[in-house]
Design a protein around this ligand. Structure first.
Ligand code: HEM
Length: 417
């Protein structure tokens, strides 16, 4: 995608059998699809493989069903709710740092990939379902395999055998999904037995306010699975990439530390987010270069015109935060890691829809404020307590699976501050 964006410019057409796939690489065009004329665009069939796992959860649904789901989600992401979740983020990060302390004192390296997936999974389940789900035997492999299998079908290989055919890969996919289902149904059953927190997302799904209808058991499963997948790997990836980048930029790690040091040696809290602006800039710059959701897809219901191009109905329209975020027309020295781009005055001059890590328009990520709170507090807390050992090389490549992960585990040596 990066190569074709560079060679072909703002819009390009791939033809695959009888499919027409338009790839947009200009912020104005992306705005047109995601925002201005969004009613004409549904989630593309490219998201279909996701439905094998997330069913008709909010990520892949459209129309009336999507609207109902979005209304159910809204209160769980209010300002007050996010403030309440911040305590859970702090506690989980403290536990993580306690484990790291023991490892660092023993001279062990830290596998950020594993730790970040574990902690973000713990946080998403504790905040949304009031029950912390630990990575248990087989879960890590099952989640990885499911995401890899979907990524392959949805994004990389258009010629795949039907999912129900008993190939080795398909069988492993269904076994992995069964294991994840077991975990999800247990979360739901436990909630039915003990609903001590009626304000969390799962309670709202079961007993919504006003005249909204509750979800059926199948819809409930789909939504819980969606949140599991959408709500933990994305933030985990940003944190993995952050430490990879910091190995190349000790001066930025130092600046992060300077910022958090100004708050003293006390415990951080939600209000501190107002003072952790540089930390937020670093997270944004990481998402610019390594956007976890690197690919967005839509399909137009009726014929449309994008720029000078006629788009026949039923076309696949694809957009990539990865290419837009590295486009030299919109970003100066796009390959250079520079968090100052997100300093308010500079960022205000940035073209709308040239930075779209959370998508845009009505389908904008529902969890974006939650994700920012989580990433900024975690990063600040980690930097407050530990630092990277000097002169380390972290050589990882991008793996564009369902999300944009580091291909190799990010494993680094830390020191206590
Ligand atoms: C750095 C972290 C995250 C990134 C980069 C991210 C990115 C995105 C993007 C790009 C979309 C739109 C996809 C599209 O238009 O096709 C999206 C949707 C969504 N995200 Fe996130 N996300 C993140 C974290 C989260 C978290 C933590 C949650 C939940 C707590 C969450 C929940 C959702 C939901 C529910 C949707 C569907 C919204 C809708 O269709 O109305 N996300 N996310």
């Amino acid at each position: 995608m990066l190569d074709s964006a560079e060679e072909c410019g703002d819009i390009l057409l791939f033809k695959m059998l009888n499919k027409k796939i338009y790839f947009l690489n200009k912020p104005e065009y992306i705005k047109h699809v995601l925002h201005t004329n969004h009613k004409n665009y549904h989630k593309s069939p490219g998201y279909k493989p996701l439905r094998l796992v997330g069913g008709m959860g909010i990520f892949t649904s459209d129309g009336e069903l999507w609207l109902k789901q979005r209304k159910l989600y809204q209160p769980a992401f209010s300002h007050q709710s996010i403030k309440n979740y911040s305590g859970i983020v702090i506690n989980n990060t403290n536990e993580l740092l306690n484990e790291w302390k023991v490892a660092i004192e023993k001279g062990d390296k830290i596998n950020l990939s594993e730790y970040m997936m574990r902690i973000t999974m713990g946080i998403i389940s504790e905040t949304m379902f009031s029950k912390r789900v630990e990575y248990q035997t087989g879960m890590w492999e099952a989640m990885n395999y499911v995401l890899e299998w979907i990524g392959d079908r949805a994004l990389r290989n258009p010629f795949v055998l039907p999912a129900k055919w008993p190939t080795k890969k398909n069988k492993r996919f269904w076994e992995s999904t069964a294991l994840l289902n077991e975990i999800i149904y247990k979360v739901i059953d436990d909630k039915k037995k003990d609903n001590s927190n009626p304000d969390d997302l799962l309670s709202r799904f079961m007993n919504p306010e006003g005249d909204l209808e509750g979800l059926s058991p199948k819809e409930l499963r789909d939504e819980v699975m969606t949140i599991f997948v959408a709500g933990h790997e994305t933030t985990a990836n940003v944190l993995m990439w952050t430490f990879h980048v910091l190995t190349q930029h000790p001066e930025i790690e130092e600046k992060l530390h300077e910022e958090v040091k100004k708050l003293g040696d006390r415990e951080l809290n939600y209000e501190d987010l107002h003072h952790l602006l540089y930390t937020a800039q670093v997270c944004n710059e990481v998402m610019r270069l390594y956007p976890p959701v690197w690919h967005l897809g839509r399909m137009n219901l009726e014929a449309d015109k994008i720029g000078d191009y006629e788009i026949p109905p039923g076309s696949h329209v694809r957009m990539s935060p990865l290419t837009t975020h590295r486009h030299p027309n919109y970003w100066e020295n796009p390959e250079v890691f520079n968090p100052d781009r997100f300093e308010k005055e500079q960022y205000d001059r940035q073209k709308p829809f040239s930075f779209i890590p959370f998508g845009g328009g009505p389908r904008l990520c529902a969890g974006r404020n939650f994700a920012m709170m989580e990433m900024v507090l975690m990063l600040a807390k980690i930097v407050q307590k530990v630092k990277l050992a000097p002169n380390q090389k972290s050589e990882v490549e991008m793996a564009p699976l369902m999300t944009l992960r580091p291909k190799q585990d990010v494993i680094l040596q830390f020191e206590l501050r």
